[in-house]
Design a protein around this ligand. Sequence first.
Ligand code: T3D
Length: 260
Amino acid sequence: MYTTIRFEIEDQVAIVTLNRPDKLNAFTEEMNKEITKAFKDIATNDEIRAVLLTGAGRAFSAGEDLASVKGDKPVNHGQFLRKRYNPMILAIRNLEKPVVAAVNGVAAGAGCSLALACDFRIASDQASFIEAFIHIGLIPDSGSCYFLPRLVGVAKAMELAVLGDKITAEKAYELGLVNRVVEAGKLDEEAFRFAKRLAEMPTRAIGLIKRTMDRALHSRTLEEALEYEAYAQEIAGKTRDHQEGVKAFFEKRKPRFEGK
Ligand code: T3D
C-alpha cells in the first residue's frame, strides 16, 4: 500500500524505511504523506511498541527532492511546509512511543530534521549530517531550528545552520547529536536490538517521559515542570506495568512489561 516507504512489524517494532534509494531518499509530497500516515497508524496500533526509522541504500535522506522546486513556477515555501513537512514532524513528536532513527548515510536538509525529530539516533560510522538549507538560501525547517539548539546549544546550532558544513557521525556524537555510532555493517542489527529493547520496556511510561520532557523544555518555571511530572506520574502509576515492575522487584525476577 505504500510506494515510497517500506513498512514492516517485527517483535512489536515497526520498521519504517524511506525507500527512494536512487534519489537518496529525497522527499516528495507522496513520501511526506506516507511517513505521516505510517506514524499515525502506529499511534493506534497496540501491537507496536517502538519504531525504527531508516533509509534504503546509501543515504538516510537528502531532504526535499529539489526537482520539485527547480521550475519557474513560484513556490509558497510556508504553505509547502505547513502542508507536507510540519504534519510529518508533529506525527513523530506526538507519538507516545519511542522512535529510533538508524541513520545509515547522509541526512541532509529536512532529512537531517527528520532524524533530529526522533527520540534516539544511532548512526553508522559512514553517516553524516548537513543542515544544507543555507546553500540554497533557505533556513533550517521541519523542526531543525527547534531541535538543534536544544540538542547542541545555541552557539553550535548557529554554526551548523549558518555554515551548513557536513559533519561526520563521530563529530555528531561529540556534539551530542547522536546517541551511538556503530560500524556500518552492524547498524541494522544494533539499531533493531536497541528498538526491540525499548519495545520490551514499560512503553506507556516511555511515552509519558517523551511528553513530559518535551513540555519541560518550554516550562516557564520549575513549579510548572514539577506539576506536569506529578500529572504524568499519576498516569504511569495506574499502569499494569508499574504493578508488574514492583511485583517483579520483590519476587526477584525479570518483569514482563506489556506497554499497558
Ligand atoms: O520550501 C521548501 O523547499 C521547504 C522544504 C525544504 C526541505 C529541504 O530539505 S531543503 C534542502 C534540500 N536538500 C539539499 O539541499 C541537499 C542537496 N544535496 C546535497 O547537498 C548532496 O547531494 C548530499 C550531501 C545530500 C549528498 O552528497 P553526495 O556527494 O553524497 O552525493 P551527490 O553527488 O551530491 O548526489 C548524488 C545525486 O543525487 C546527484 O544526482 P546526479 O548528479 O547523480 O544525477 C544529486 O543531484 C542528487 N541529489 C542529491 N540531493 C538531492 C538530489 N536530487 C534532488 N534533490 C536532492 N535533495
